[in-house]
Ligand binder design. Structure first.
Ligand code: AMP
Ligand code: MG
Length: 492
C-alpha cells in the first residue's frame, strides 16, 4: 500500500458541516518519532498498520504531513467550565484529520491532539507534552479494556521539540480515535448565538451518525435528548462502578456519543470516599467522585436548553415542559444502569427487590473505613469461595462488613449458580489491575527522561485487567499512605 494512502478516509464532517469548523494545518515539527502505536486498533480501523507504524508514518501522526484524503480542520465549540459559560472554545490544540469506516461498519474520527495552534488557541500554544499524552493513552486504553465507552489512543509520537510547561518538557502528539467529537458544547456554541438553523443541522447530523433509529420519530429532537441522556447515564454508572473520577466534567468534555473524552486530571480512587477529588483546580469539589451523576444531569440540562426551539418551535413553554419531564427521569435511569453494574460486581443474579438496599448498605459498611475500592470486590469473590481473610483484612473495624457479608451470602443462595460459579463470574467483571495513580506517575516521570519501558509495561498490564498474572503484584496495590494525597493537574 502506498504510504500516502494508509488511511482510507471517508469524511462527513468536513463535507457536510461547513461553518462548524475552520480548515487548518498542523504546525511543522523537527523530528517526529513513534513512542507507541496501537496495532490492534489500527487493524480494527482498516488502516495500513505496517506503513503507518514507521518513520514516514510518524510524519502523518505528528501532523507534519497529511495523507491523501485528509481534510484537517479545527472544530468550534463552547462550554460551561466549572459552571461558568465560555461562548468561544474550540479545538485549540487539535485537528480532526478525517473519518474512516471501521471493520464493524462504524464511523470513527481520527484526531491529532497537540498538533499546534489554531484560531481557537486563545492564549495557549496549541501543543501537548509527553506526560499528558501518555496519560491519556494509558487511561483511555485501560477504560476500553474495562468495557467503558471511551475515545481510544492510536499512537503517541514525540515531536523533537521542547515545550515550556513546568520547565521544558518533550513535545508530543496523541492520535485520538472517537465515534465522533460532537460535544454538548458544540450545540451550545450555536444555541448561544441564537442560530437555530445550525443547531438543527447539528442535531440532524448527530442523529444520523449516532442514533439512526430515531430518525423518523415524530419528535426526534426530544428523542435525541433522551438518547444522549441514556448514553450518559450508562457511562457515568460505569465510571462510578469502577471508581473513576473524570475531574473536569465541563460541558465541552461531554460527548453526544456517550464516550468518555478528555483525560486531563482524571484518576481512579484507591480508598472509597464519595468526596474524592484529585484535580488541583477543582477547589469547590464540583467534580468529586460522588457528585458525577448530579453533574451529568446538570450538563444534560444545558444540552436540553440548546434543543428547546427544536422540540416545539411554536410553543416554548411546552418544549420546556417536555424537556424537563425527560430530564427529571435521569436519576431513575442512572440508578437502573448503576444497579445493573453493581449486581454484576456483587454476583447478584435474578434481580430481587432488596438488591438496591443490599448494595447501598455495602457502601455504608465501607464509608470511612479506608477500604481499597478495587480490591474489595475481588476479596468478596474470595469470601464467596469460603475465604474471608483477605476481605476482613481490608477493615480496621470488621463489625459492619461481617454483618453485611452474612446477608450477602444468604442472598447469593437464590442464584441459579453455585457460590464458586458466582465468584468466577464476579472475577470477570471486577478488575485486579487499574491505573493506580502512583504507577501512572512513575511511568510518566520515566517518559520525561525518554525511558518508555515503565509506560509500556503498565499499558501491557492494564489492557488485560481481570486475569491475575504472576509477577505483577506491584501493580495491584495503592501507593503507601505516607506518599500523601494524590493530586492531578490539567493535561496541558
Ligand atoms: P481541555 O481542558 O483539554 O478540555 O481544554 C479546554 C479548552 O482549552 C479546549 O478548547 C482546548 O482546545 C483548549 N486548550 C487546552 N490546552 C491548550 C493549549 N496548550 N493550547 C491551546 N489551546 C488549549
Ligand atoms: Mg476538552
Amino acid at each position: 500500500m502506498p504510504i500516502q494512502q494508509v488511511i482510507p478516509f471517508d469524511n462527513s464532517y468536513a463535507i457536510q458541516m461547513e461553518s462548524f469548523y475552520v480548515p487548518w494545518e498542523g504546525a511543522k515539527v523537527p523530528s517526529p518519532a513513534i513512542v507507541k502505536f496501537n496495532t490492534s486498533l489500527a487493524h480494527e480501523l482498516g488502516l495500513g498498520e505496517k506503513e503507518l507504524n514507521s518513520k514516514d508514518g510518524a510524519e502523518f501522526l505528528s501532523g507534519n504531513e497529511m495523507p491523501i484524503g485528509a481534510s484537517p480542520l479545527a472544530q468550534v465549540y463552547a462550554g460551561h467550565q466549572f459552571g461558568g459559560f465560555s461562548q468561544q472554545l474550540g479545538d485549540g490544540r487539535a485537528l480532526l484529520i478525517g473519518e474512516v469506516i471501521d471493520q464493524n461498519n462504524n464511523r470513527r474520527d481520527i484526531q491529532l491532539k497537540g498538533s499546534g495552534p489554531t484560531p481557537f488557541s486563545r492564549r495557549g500554544d496549541g501543543k501537548a507534552v509527553i506526560g499528558p499524552v501518555l496519560r491519556e493513552y494509558l487511561i483511555s486504553e485501560a477504560m476500553y479494556a474495562l468495557g467503558i465507552p471511551t475515545t481510544r489512543a492510536l499512537a503517541a509520537v514525540t515531536t523533537g521539540e521542547q515545550i515550556v510547561r513546568d520547565g521544558l518538557e518533550p513535545g508530543a502528539v496523541l492520535t485520538r480515535v472517537a465515534s465522533s467529537h460532537l460535544r454538548v458544547g458544540t450545540f451550545q456554541f450555536f444555541a448561544a448565538r441564537g442560530d437555530t438553523e445550525k443547531v438543527q443541522k447539528l442535531a440532524d447530523y448527530s442523529i444520523k451518525r449516532h442514533f439512526k433509529d430515531i430518525e423518523n420519530h415524530e419528535n426526534k429532537y426530544l428523542e435525541l435528548l433522551k438518547a444522549v441522556m441514556r448514553k450518559q447515564a450508562k457511562l457515568i454508572a460505569k465510571w462510578m462502578s469502577v471508581g473513576f473520577v473524570h475531574g473536569v466534567m465541563n460541558t465541552d468534555n461531554m460527548t453526544i456519543s456517550g464516550e468518555t473524552i478528555d483525560y486531563g486530571p482524571c484518576a481512579f480512587i484507591d480508598d472509597y470516599k464519595a468526596k474524592a477529588v484529585f484535580s488541583s483546580i477543582d477547589e469547590q469539589a464540583r467534580y468529586a467522585y460522588g457528585n458525577q451523576p448530579n453533574i451529568a444531569q446538570w450538563n444534560l440540562a444545558r444540552f436540553a436548553e440548546t434543543l428547546i426551539t427544536l422540540i416545539d418551535p411554536k410553543d416554548n413553554d411546552h418544549a420546556v415542559k417536555l424537556a424537563t419531564d425527560k430530564l427529571n427521569q435521569f436519576p431513575h435511569i442512572y440508578q437502573q444502569f448503576w444497579l445493573q453494574e453493581m449486581q454484576a460486581k456483587l454476583g447478584l443474579m435474578n434481580e430481587e427487590v432488596d438488591d438496591l438496599d443490599l448494595i447501598n448498605s455495602l457502601y455504608e459498611a465501607i464509608e470511612g473505613e479506608g477500604v481499597d475500592y478495587t480490591k474489595l470486590f475481588r476479596r468478596l469473590s474470595d469470601a464467596a469461595r469460603g475465604d474471608s481473610e483477605g476481605l476482613l483484612s481490608l477493615f480496621t473495624d470488621t463489625s459492619r462488613i461481617e454483618i453485611w457479608r452474612a446477608k450477602w451470602l444468604q442472598r447469593l443462595t437464590s442464584n441459579d449458580l453455585s457460590l464458586k460459579e458466582t465468584a468466577n463470574d464476579m472475577d470477570k467483571v471486577n478488575p485486579i489491575y487499574i491505573p493506580r495513580n502512583h504507577k501512572v506517575e512513575e511511568a510518566l516521570q520515566a517518559a520525561k527522561q525518554a525511558d518508555y519501558e515503565p509506560f509500556k509495561k503498565l499499558l501491557d498490564v492494564l489492557i488485560s485487567p481481570y486475569e491475575k498474572r504472576e509477577g505483577l503484584e506491584a501493580y495491584e496495590d495503592a501507593a503507601p499512605k505516607d506518599n500523601g494525597p494524590y493530586v492531578t493537574f490539567c493535561g496541558t
